[in-house]
Design a protein. Sequence first.
Lengths: 417, 124
Amino acid sequence: MREYDVVVIGGGPAGLAACICVKEKGIDSVLILERENQLGGILNQCIHNGFGLHTFKEELTGPEYAKRFIDRAEELSIEYKLNTTVTDISTDKIVSYMNSTEGFVQIKAGAIILAMGCRERPRGALNIPGLRPAGIYSAGTAQRLVNMDGFMPGREVVILGSGDIGLIMARRMTLEGAKVNVVAEIMPYSGGLKRNIVQCLDDFNIPLKLSHTVVKIEGKERVEGVVLAKVDENLLPIAGSEEHYSCDTLLLSVGLIPENEISKSTGITLSNITNGPVVNDSFETSIPGIFACGNVLHVHDLVDFVCEEAKAAGKHAVKYLKTSKNVGAFDIKIKTSNGVRYTVPQFINPEDMDDKVVIRFRVANIYKDMYESIYVDDRRVIHKKRQILAPGEMETLNIKKSDVAGASSVLVTLEEN
Amino acid sequence: MEVKTLTCIRCPMGCLMSVHVENNKVVSVSGNTCKRGDTYAKKEVTDPVRTVTSTIKVSGGDIAQVSCKTSTDVKKDRVMDVMRALKGVKTTAPVSIGDVLIKDVAGTGVDIIATKDIRKINRK
């Protein structure tokens, strides 16, 4: 059986950034397994600009951003296989994959980095009544059709959900000559970035209806229209508030789910909030030597943060190989309260942690003028004022090793003062 | 004096800014957290501009379409003119990032450049 020091599952931004870091740290025997026919992952279909301000200090489109990482991977002669699907990962780190040239192959890895990304929540998860006509697409599928395959899914569009992909597609479909009638969002706030509401909806006078959802899809062979209704505070449709919108296409931008079918069958512990693996501050999952980063770990808003996280995962994978022990124990579970939905990492290990660890988290609601606080035991070590907090925007706090020394509990919370 | 509120689109922070305008001139900008916001606000209330990104068909390549963008911003009210000028345009592989695909698109003085490498493949 062929052996590699590090096998990375997925050749998108997370996989590339992680593998580049591993190789730069002197580990030569690395392999990226990618299911698509090119590296770069979802960035290849994200042709809009606005990527990379954080990392490269300039505004890039998705393919340009991906190119920076692909070029670096080529420079480092990182081995990768395209059109290759991983079917299984065992607890002793044997990776099974398939492709049309090699057939079914098993390889042994010293460490594994999971970077499979995420996928879109489908119509089936929404329980919208109606028949099953053509013309209902997830926003990302429509994005792929328009941007990569050169195919317009329809001419008159309604979008359900105001996540970033939905907003970006509202603009893209409009630019390509379609009419986007409305974007409906069941929550009282948008799940997308504010700047996307401005430049994708406001620029084209596309209305955003908050606290609205689709209660009926009309049409038998093809979508002919949808009925929107206002929802109450329990997100239930209010009778009498129905409004009809004609359309031949309904795009769904209703959330992303980390793609963890393989992780699950390996027996890796998953979080029921993030739907990604539970990790410690080394980005190590519940199985020693298997690491996770990027959207497979938790859904990010910005690829810059994906790459930052992936780099850290790569660094810790190298540390694991060199010490061949569990790099970070699952010592302290980071507790959350008062509107903090989750943290990544979920566990922290005061003994072996880096001097500085980034705690990423999301909040459950819109909050104004609140403080983000971290308590170590009963001591408040971080107290950071935020003018506005929203579920659609990931928050980060840096915790120092010196702050957690000798601690027995860590709490991340929101406070009014 | 007129006060306009704007959400900055220069980065994902999306700062909410107040722009004070007097006689069509920006007097002050507040609410921004960096210089980019200040520049954007001044430009947005007097002469709004956008980068346009789209795709162009490509023949003989490993992918059917090449993604592209305007080399610099164009005036906001010219965005749809740029899109119309892209219709029906075809290019041939290979294409490299930064290649000029259309010069002076729709008379804006701005070029359309490729944002992706397309390799040439020999189809039998």
